[in-house]
Structure formats: structure tokens, C-alpha cells
Design a protein around this ligand. Sequence first.
Ligand SMILES: [Zn+2]
Length: 364
Amino acid sequence: MEFVNSKVFKNAIRKHSVITKKELRFKPNTRHKVCVVCRTSPNYPWRIYASNTDIDNPTLFIKSLWLEHTCSSLVGKVYHMHAPFIAEEYQEFFMSDPNWTREGMQNAINKDFDMSVGYQICYRARMRAKKLAQGSYKDQYNLLESYAHELKKRNPGTSVWIQTELDGEITVHKGQLLSAVGIDGNNGIHPIAWAIVEAKSRESWIWFLEFLKADLDIHHSGHYTFMSDKQKGLEQAIKELFPDAAHRHCLELKQKLWAVARSCTMNTFMEAMEDLKKSSLSGWQWCLDRPAKHWSKSHFDHKFKCDFLLNNHSENFNKSVLPARKKPILACLEEIRLATMVRLANRRNSSPNWKCKVGPRVEK
Ligand SMILES: [Zn+2]
């Protein structure tokens, strides 16, 4: 019998120990020689010895074995039912469900090995399994190129870009998320593009927005309105790439909208509207589309917050991808992509049920 390397051999022994409920222990060993004994049997009659024949070949062969136990099986937990073993054994569960609970894990171990393990061990095993399932941060950076290739192959029309440092080595950093979010026909969030960059700066925004400009085929930016927080470098980047577009900060527009909302007389209302029009054509249009009779102050406070989504769009998007941001890069990008795909698919599925030519939120 042979094993690819000592790690595989040891894992097989651990599993054997757990299944047979025998306290098997490794004697001090190397990559080339592994000896296992049964600690409970007097004078260790049960033993396995494996070694390799060629020092350059990690394959281990079993050289000798005595499989006779003089001990009886343990009732409780054996030593090798520890966190690393459990993590290795159940890491696939975490690939399909990263939120698999500790209770779920305890139940599975109970059922599979007829053993109950404590809260602490499961906690450590869970952390370990999650890490294994997601792969280490560095491994995932190394896989980015093939991930990009796969994305383009599976979703024709997708643009994926990776920029590496000059020497071609990818530096591993947690990074910052840049995103561009549009508004769909029903005033809903429509994620367009996202990127993980080293830092939020004029350079990284330009890098990101240049792709956005090319992909959306924006030659004349006059019809576009950009909404953003006061982000470092973003204002300059938008000015450079979209010189004719309107760019407003959320707060600024919010104030102008409030002015419209607060105005009590027709005159002040018209003035505030004019002022808003100068700031944001789309904001002004949004107000125009809603009959003024519904604009009584009492209604407006409430309606304004929940219905006017413009300024909250990117914020909402960023908030929705927050859990993904904590994961290694590939897992993070995948989670954002999946969530976006589901979001867009749900929209598409629900739109045939619209009773009117416009979306239900617009109709209101
Ligand atoms: Zn034994």
C-alpha cells in the first residue's frame, strides 16, 4: 500500500483512529519515515511503519504492520478528533455554506463518527475550515488571472481588468472598494461596475472610471449626472474624464431638495426648483414627475426619505457588500458578482408583472 506523501498518510491514520476509536499516536517522525503505535494496547502490539524508498520521492510505502489490538475501543473522544482533523474533514461543507453552524457541525460529527465534541473544538474547527475553504489570501491573488479569464469566457461581454505592479508581482493588501451604481427604470439600484484598488485616490478613480467610460461608450457626458460622497480624488477624476457631466455631492443635492420640500409658497417652491435644476437635472425631473399636490410638508418628510433613492444608492450598495469585503479577494469578488446577478435576475423576473408601462415605484 502506498501514499502520495506523509501528510496524506497521516490523515488516513487520523481518520482510522477516529473511526475505530483507538488511540493511535505518531512516534517522532520525518517526511521519510512515519511510525504509528496504539497507545492503549500494552506494549503497543498494534503498529504501522511506513517509509519511502527514494529520498527524492515523497511517496510512502507501508513497510510493516501489526493490526492486532489488545485494547478495547474507547468510549469517549479520541485524541485525533481535534480541530485540524474536523476542519479537513468538513471543509467542503463550508464551500457550499460558509454559514454552516457549530450545532450543524456537532450533529454531523455525532452522526458520522458517533462522537460528541465540545463547543470550543467546533469553534476552532469552524474557523479553520472557513479559512481552508476560502483559500489563503495570497493563493487567491495568484488565481486572479484565471478567474478573470473564466469570467470572460462564461459571461461574454463582461469586462474584467487586472493591473499589477510594474514587476508583475501582485501585492496583497486588503484594498478599497470602488463602485459605480446606476438607477434602473423603477428607481432601484443597478450595480454597473466595481473594483478593488490599493487606495482611494485620483489615480485609482481615473483608472476605474476610464473603463466605465469606455464600456458605457460615453462620448458626450452632458446627459450624465454623477452623485457621490466627498471622496478623495473622485471629484477631480470626474472633472477630467466627464467634463460636461453634472457632478453633485449627496449633501449638496440633499440640501437643495430639502429647500424644495420645505418651501410653503408657490414662489419659493419655483425658486427652489430652479436652483435644483441647476444642480441636478435628474433630481429636478424626479420632482417634476411627482404631482405637487402630494408634496404637502407632512407627507414629504416621510416620502422624501424612502423614495428619493439617488443619494443613497452607492451607500446601499456598499453596505450590501460589506460582509463580502471581509473575505479574501476571490471569495469577495464572487460574492459581489453572485449577489448582483441574483439582484438583476430578480428584477427581470418581476418586471413582466408591472401593471403599468413604468415601474411600480415610479407609478406611485
Ligand atoms: Zn490498541
